[in-house]
Design a protein around this ligand. Structure first.
Ligand SMILES: [Zn+2]
Length: 249
């Protein structure tokens, strides 16, 4: 199954993918691959890491940063990528989906588009701070995310933002979000739904999946918070129902 998925991704994403050296030892049941899944508007590489049990139907996606000035979640993503692969889940990590925005310390990408308004479900033309782009999926970064999500079909997806200090009860299994919030020691609350957001698109595209936003507090994370949030990701993933999802988009 591991070889099948990697082969599929290579076929779909080539020539943008490079596999890590540990990809094909064949003896370890746990995998750890590093893949380049595309490039930003300004040509910066966008990377993904797959780590854990690639046979597991519990597929978990973590995106450390989508708004370039809200990137404290990258520390959590990097810790998860560097740690021992988890045994109970197939963990996919995109440390940063918006490297141009991070370099410029802006919310938007290099086209001035808010990537979290550029996804196709309930997309609406918006300008200014929430510029949604000229059309759904106009931006390479959002297309990269959609392409990966359609292939992996994560049962749990966690998108880190800042600065509201709350776990958003966004969609799907409330028990999964409660588990995350309890381990992370954060409050759980439903925030407003936004047109063209990644989470609303995933909810539409992948019935029975759980995709939610984690709004970290302002400022960088302390090491104990990084550890706690990493543990929360793993606990939330392990608590998801064990079933493979069928995409409807
Ligand atoms: Zn945000």
């Amino acid at each position: 199954m591991r070889a099948t998925l990697v082969t599929l991704l290579c076929a779909v994403l080539a020539p943008t993918i490079t596999l890590g050296a540990e990809a094909s030892t064949g003896r370890d049941p746990l995998s750890h691959h590093t893949l380049r899944i595309g490039r930003s508007v300004d040509g910066r590489p966008i990377m993904a890491v797959e780590t854990g049990d690639s046979d597991s139907p519990r597929k978990v996606l973590v995106v450390g940063c989508i708004h370039g000035n809200e990137c404290s979640g990258v520390a959590v993503a990097d810790r998860l990528a560097d740690n021992t692969p988890p045994r109970e889940i197939d963990l996919w990590i995109i440390p940063s989906l918006n490297p141009d925005g991070a370099a410029a310390d802006t919310r938007q990408n290099a086209h001035g588009v808010d990537l979290n308004r550029n996804f196709p479900w309930e997309w609406r033309a918006m300008v200014g701070f929430y510029d949604s782009g000229p059309r759904p999926l106009s931006e390479p970064e959002s297309r990269i995310a959609v392409r990966l999500i359609e292939r992996v079909r994560p049962s749990v997806s966690i998108w880190f933002h800042q600065h509201a200090d709350v776990v958003d009860d966004s969609s799907g299994e409330i028990a999964v979000e409660r588990t995350f919030a309890a381990v992370a020691k954060m409050r759980l609350e439903a925030l407003a739904r936004e047109p063209g957001s990644a989470v609303t698109w995933q909810t539409h595209c992948l019935p029975h999946s759980t995709a939610f936003v984690v709004e970290l507090a302002a400022g960088p994370l302390k090491p104990d918070a990084v550890a706690r949030l990493g543990a929360a990701v793993l606990a939330a993933g392990a608590s998801a129902p064990e079933r493979r999802l069928v995409a409807r988009c």
